[in-house]
Design a protein around this ligand. Structure first.
Ligand code: ZN
Length: 252
């Protein structure tokens, strides 16, 4: 039997319960995110995911999702700007255009470290975590040093996240003109000010969940954490388990 994450096991248990109650609803498969009619979910699990035991009990395990920290770059940028302002102020105050090698080192090394730190925050390598603890959704970010918590309550806000895409336009010969274009980058789900995004294709949220208790949010260019599509599906099931999302009736 394949080991599945506690979040996937919890999602399976919720999905099977919803399938029993609303056989005509459309659901996301908690394992592969495929869009499936609820009455066919058990057959899909048997045929497509025979390794997974939907009866395996994982309800006591904490629900923890690992994602990418999408907020730390602002801290990194602020520190870098402060450092640059400090260096400029030092040069102005000292009134000399040349620095001793000790001074260069004392100013250059922190600047370099902050520059590298800022660069790191722009990569997908800095993790952040979401957990559900009782009635709260908790976001841990900034290498686990910073956190915020939100009460799990309606409304859930959903919408589109946008990203900047650089387009290189070939003009003539070797000349390129680059311009940034704002494009749709994925979907978000927001609860209590914690905005969670999944990049690329969404989870077909509108097909699966009723509009009841759900607010349509605008396009957003910032979010605090991004998680994979399977994790987003599991998060939606966790919210459904707590009564915050309801399966969309067939002709809803
Ligand atoms: Zn599947």
């Amino acid at each position: 039997m394949t080991l599945t994450a506690p979040t996937t096991r919890a999602a399976l248990s919720t999905a099977l319960r919803i399938a029993g109650e609303h056989p005509s609803a459309m659901l996301a498969c908690p394992v592969c995110t495929a869009n499936i009619k609820a009455q066919n979910l058990e057959r899909h699990l048997r045929k497509v995911h025979p390794d997974i035991d939907p009866e395996a009990n994982g309800e006591d395990a904490p629900l923890l999702w690992r994602g990418v920290d999408e907020g730390l770059w602002r801290v990194g940028l602020a520190l870098l700007v402060l450092c640059m302002v400090g260096i400029t102020a030092f040069l102005v105050v000292s009134g000399s255009s040349t620095m001793s090698s000790a001074e260069s080192l004392a100013l250059g090394v922190p600047a370099l470290i902050l520059f590298m730190f800022f660069g790191l925050t722009l990569t997908p390598w800095v993790p952040a975590w979401l957990t559900i603890e009782g009635e709260h959704l908790r976001l841990s970010w900034g290498f686990g040093i910073l956190s915020r918590s939100a009460v799990l309550e309606a409304p859930i806000t959903v919408g589109v996240v946008t990203v900047q895409r650089m387009n290189a336009v070939h003009i003539k010969g070797a000349d390129y003109n680059e311009h940034a274009e704002t494009v749709r980058g994925g979907r978000y789900l927001e609860v209590g000010g914690i905005r969670v995004a999944t990049k690329g294709k969404g989870t077909a949220f509108g097909k699966h969940w009723s509009d009841d208790g759900v607010k349509s949010g605008g396009r957003r260019a910032r979010w605090q954490i991004s998680i994979g599509r399977e994790d987003m599906v599991a998060l939606e099931y966790a919210l459904a388990e707590r009564g915050l999302l309801r399966a969309r009736a067939q002709n809803d």
